[in-house]
Structures are given as C-alpha cells and as structure tokens.
Design a binder for this molecule. Structure first.
Ligand SMILES: [Zn+2]
Length: 339
C-alpha cells in the first residue's frame, strides 16, 4: 500500500525554519524506510541517521566529525537545544524497531561479539562525561510497518498524522528498559516525536504525592507551568520519566534531601541544583539525571560551534570516541503564544 506523507519542502538548499527542517528530515527518513519495506530491504540506523541529520542541517547547525563517522557505525551524536533562556544537551544513539506481530523490539542491551561492553554503557558514560542526557532516537518505520497501532488518544486509524510523526521519536535512555518497552503502548508512552519535542506540555508534570513537599520553588514552578523553547524540551523528557515513576507502584520513595551543590549561583551552570533525592526503581537520581543538562547558557564549545569559530579536529579530539558529531538547534522562542 502506498502512503502519502505530508511534506512541505522548500526548494533545493534553501534555509528552513527549525520546524520545517525537522519535518523534512522525518519525511525523507520515513520515505526511505517505506521504500525499504516495500523492497523487502532491512533499513539500518546509520542510513536513517544520515538522512535525519543531513536534512535537519538546512535549519540547524551540524558539525560532523567526518573521519570518525566513517570509521564507526552506530556512533552517537551530541545534540544541543539552545535559545535565549538557556540550553539543554543530549547524547543521542539511534535504535530501529523490529516489529514481530504486536511485539516491538529495539535491542537496547545489544552487545556485538567483538565489543568489550554494550553500546548502552558507552552512551551512558560518554553522556556523563559531557553532562548530557543520554537519549535514544527511535526509528519506527512506517505506520503500515507498525500496523497502525494507536499512537495516542487522538489516533485516526490508517494515515494518522500523529503516527506518521512518530517515525522518528526520542526516548530518555533511562526509560529504554528492554523488558518493559516491547510494544506500541510502552514505546509511545515513553517517547516523543522529534517534531513535538519543543511543544509546550499541555498539563502539569505527573508527580507522586511524596515528591511534592520535596520540590524547591523554582523546580515546582518549572514542572507546573507552561514552558517553551529549551525548557519545553527538558519538560518533555522529565515528564516521561515522572510518568513512568508514577506508574511503578509498591516502591515507596525514599524521603531525603540533597545538599545543595557548590556553584549554586553560577549563572552559566545548571538551571536547577536542588532536586528531590528519589531514585525510583532505577537506582539513580532521575531528576538530576534528566535536568542537570538544562543550563543557563550553552558550554563554550557550543558557543564556538554557533559562531562558526571552531577547529573541528581539535573539538573531535576532546570528545569521547563514540561521538560522531554535534548538532546545535537554535529554537524559536514563544511558540506557546503563537498557538
Ligand atoms: Zn496515530
């Protein structure tokens, strides 16, 4: 069956808005996945990442570490979302879905025969060393491949545009639990379409009651009010973590208060320093893990990338070896008010 994919392309290499760039990049990625499905070919992460990043480059800044990208398949990309309010950084690793009946699998814990450790561990440790949120870019193929399983409350059966947007989605690595993320519902709940990433959340964050008294006022405000730009991106991530946390019953949260970090008033550092100490069943402070990469200003290497004043080889030499390049997205402000 042929699928018509809503696209809105500009001519040739014309500069695009961030929204157009990501829509085009998802359109082209989806068309490639559809073409492969129809030809009986198995599309792989590397080819889709090439399409996503190259098409996005018309609206965002892309700095590939070319020699590495050629040497390493399945390499990770540093993504920074930047606006006048601050910056939010991610390290992104690609994973394709394999659908068998109603079962979806991603191989999050995959380890190649010759690797000394799993790709996930490389992603985590590299993200930690760079103060980034580890994230999976999920390549979900076409709606047909996924059997048009309902994506959300507003699902429209075959041809659903919300489903089509889901072909390229992002999931915090913390939520990519191999035994839990094994179907449409769990995948959609724990991820967001890349095009919807900086949409303002429609409601407050879902908090288990024990967390409320532990929230510093600034953090409570961030979780309860509409956000836009980089803060909306950070909310999209923490909201999915909090929803998963609220869904885990039987594990009482530990009530403990973190000592404030040093550098609390650093206007260039993290926006939030004072987090509840809850770790959920993950065994790590998921607030710190998800929100520490939200900063008042991007780090200096990102400012250099934005100004074009960079020595790419030098920058590459300072990054962990599984990093294939850097993407910087300058987000439009006030998308909330435009709607
Ligand atoms: Zn749908």
């Amino acid at each position: 069956m042929m699928i018509s994919v809503p696209c809105c392309k500009k001519e040739g290499g014309a500069v695009a808005t961030v929204e157009e760039a990501f829509r085009d990049s998802r359109c082209d990625a989806e068309q490639h996945m559809v073409a492969c499905e129809q030809a009986g070919l198995r599309w792989n992460e590397t080819s889709i990442t090439e399409i996503v990043v190259s098409r996005a480059a018309r609206g965002v800044t892309v700095v590939p570490f070319t020699q590495r990208a050629e040497a390493l398949s399945g390499a990770d990309w540093v993504w920074w979302w930047v606006d006048a309010m601050g910056a939010y950084g991610m390290l992104v690793q690609a994973k394709r879905v394999t659908v068998t009946g109603t079962e979806w699998s991603f191989g999050f814990d995959y380890q190649s025969k010759h690797a000394t450790r799993r790709q996930r561990e490389n992603l985590r440790s590299a993200a930690k060393s760079l103060d980034l949120l580890p994230v999976y870019a999920l390549y979900l193929g076409s709606g047909v491949y996924r059997g048009w399983e309902p994506c959300c409350e507003n699902h429209m059966n075959e041809g659903c545009y919300e489903c089509i947007k889901r072909s390229v989605s992002l999931m915090p690595e913390l939520l990519a639990e191999q035994l839990i993320v094994n179907d449409a519902v769990s995948t959609y709940e724990r991820s967001v379409a890349i095009e919807d990433l900086w949409d303002s959340p429609q409601s407050e964050s879902m908090l288990i009651p024990a967390l409320r008294p532990q929230l510093a006022p600034e953090l409570a405000e961030f979780l309860n009010e509409e956000q836009d730009g980089t803060r909306a991106v950070a909310r999209q991530m923490i909201d999915r973590v909090l929803r998963a946390r609220a869904g885990v019953f039987g594990a009482a949260p530990t009530i403990a208060v973190n000592p404030p970090r040093s550098g609390e008033h650093d206007r260039l550092g993290p926006v939030f320093n004072d987090f509840p100490a809850d770790t959920g069943h993950w065994g790590i402070n998921y607030f710190d893990y998800t929100l520490a990469p939200l900063r008042h200003a991007p780090p200096s290497y990102v400012i250099d990338v934005m100004s074009g004043a960079i020595d790419v080889e030098h920058l590459a030499s300072e990054m962990p070896e599984n990093v294939a390049g850097i993407v910087v997205v300058h987000l439009p402000q006030q998308r909330v008010n435009e709607k």
